[in-house]
Design a protein around this ligand. Sequence first.
Ligand code: AMP
Ligand code: ZN
Length: 142
Amino acid sequence: MGHDDCIFCKIINKEIPSAKVYEDEHVYAFLDISQVTKGHTLVIPKVHTKDIYNTPDDVAGELFARVPKIARAIKKAYEPSGINLLNNNEKPAGQAVFHYHIHILPRYGKEDGFDPGWTTHDDAYTAEELQRIAENIHAHVK
Ligand code: AMP
Ligand code: ZN
């Protein structure tokens, strides 16, 4: 069973091919076809969930629990100089496949093809403003 027209459900069900890295009862991991860096791997839950908002705690728990051992395996196999994790949620944030997935991106130096494009704003908010932002988010945690 899989979600209709979901490419990653089809990969789990072996309806379309993939380069499998790891599989168990809850999780499937395979090489991203775009290989931003060598060993770029996607880890996905076998249960179809759209994005982080719609992913139940137990599904997220099983999924994230597998990420360290896959990261260690990539480190052993290719000795990257580091690893970044990435998870895009919603189209404006770069999500293109709407079956929840975590990118494991091995790094091989600054010019390796992956650019997190990270700009820091250390002085943008006062300590009081940071406190209000934190309280606002906290108030919505269920
Ligand atoms: P995102 O932009 O975070 O939704 O990532 C989707 C990723 O899925 C992209 O990096 C694609 O290269 C990858 N992708 C799409 N189709 C396939 C496929 N058939 N096999 C492997 N990776 C795929
Ligand atoms: Zn799916």
